[in-house]
Design a binder for this molecule. Sequence first.
Ligand code: ZN
Length: 619
Amino acid sequence: MRSFILLLFIVLFNSVLTAQITQDNSYRFFVDMNIVEDDKLTVELITPKFSEQEVAYKFPAMVPGTYKVYDFGQYVSDFSAKDASGNDLPVTKTDVNTWTISDAGSLYKITYKVDDTFDDTVASIKVFEPVGTNIKEGIQFVFNNQGFFGYFDGYLRNEYLLTFNKPDGFYGSTSLNALKRDEKEDVFVSKDYQFLVDNPIMYSLPDTTSINFDEAKIMISVYSESKGISSKDISESLKELMIATRKFLGGKLPAEYYTFIYNFSTDGNSGNYGALEHNLSSFFHFPDIPAQAKSYMINSLMSTSSHEYYHTVTPLNLHSEEIGVFDFNNPVMSKHLWLYEGTTEYFADYIRYREGLMDQKSYLNSIQEKINGSMNYNDSLPFTVMSKGALDQYEDQYLNVYMKGALIGMCLDIIIREESGGTMEYQDLINRLSAKYGKDKPFKDDDLFNDIESMSFPKVREFLDTYVDGPNRIPYDEIFGKIGLVLKKDTYDVIDLGGTVQIGFNQDNYRLKINDLNNTDNKFLTELGIMKGDELISFNGNPITFFNAKDVFGSAEKQAKIGDKLELVVARYDNSGPEKQVKLNAVVSDVKQKYDYELSLSENPTEEQKKLLKLWSGK
Ligand SMILES: [Zn+2]
């Protein structure tokens, strides 16, 4: 009898394999990771059934959380559409992200190839790796799904079924539901396109650790190229962070299950590191590090992990219509990045400080860095205006959301505590807003300040109107002074470089290098003859390290003076030959004033300051 069942099983199994898959309303995708050609994967889709004459298959221009247009269609090639008998249907590429298919009533299958973004050399805008894709044959595959799978215009709400054939031993880390996971093949399901984009998948040999709470299951998944860091290494600190966050948010974590996907790798070309948030996971991209740098890395990972996890509060569960009803191909910005990114950035470290995972000195230092960092941006550009124009006109101001945006959060926390006499804090306001709105209930951009005013105090409204919606600079000394913080401004001279010199880091030899120069006609830089790609060796005879690099062009400790001589030794590479060390010289002819802010606690605080500080710090 036993063999009979087996025989029957084989017959059934064969019939499934040979039968043609019937079309219904679902998207059925197939990807075989064992077949990589030219660094590309082939994607097959059995399409939903259409009654229209013509349908448009699209890839997103942008996805939620990145606030940047990447045009994922540009990585797609060899696109073809067929009917059920295998005959080609006419396809026209209508724009960078769109393929229009005629005779759509008989459309059965489309096929195309996808190149990854991590080592792309063509696109003018490099895709930030946490939103990108990686194809590393036999080693690792990163599916940020918008890079591989598209949607038919008007069919965003259909179900998606993804079937992956995978190399031996591979595990797909994701918060997507698996209908099947076996040695060779996985099948994941997503209720619609937005959910698919919201759930990245990383395939590699598994390195996972779980942390469980009564209401929440958390998985940590790590890919480390050199195996310098493992999921176990991260789990202890992450558990502490989750306990702190849970306590701060009222004793319950907002997501029932959540996957932290960490990628430590030398792949990628954006030159940036960081992460992207989702409702049930976040994807982190950091440099691959040797084991000695582990503890430094884990510390910086916790700040980023805290930030990404707080996003489950905002924007994921508190956002405007522009974010909630996301238009993948004609994205429109909301005015309130100060809330989505700024407030998140504030709480990321504040929760760690408040709950004892970060000491006061390090915390105040991080606030001081944000004040100084924010001064590199236009401080009198209203934040709501910047936010609305973050995709185009004010793209270069976007990163200020992590500086001034966080400081706005801190100001609101202090004002709310003062106005309420300690009975309310900023998180209470967020909770009230989240109770009124929610994941599927966006607010109107123009209503938000009215809601905030009715849920808090007139002084809060006044602050928002004056300093967030208006062009006025925030008086940090006055607002931070309420909790006894003293802000000192240091003025000093630096060499006038006419713009910015972006300094990066060569992972292979640990040297600092010139990543970019946006000011090639600057007199001093021209005389010096420094070039993009140069690695910094020494200045005026002193070896350049992380600690003194800021002194090269002038700092508070080493001010620049007109007439100073700078001798800079750099390593330069020509046509991938061996490096050449080059001595560069220039005389300083122009200096400009810079400011540094220093934040400290008052030595003689008033009783009121002491009281408010205690309320805010919890200590
Ligand atoms: Zn963020």
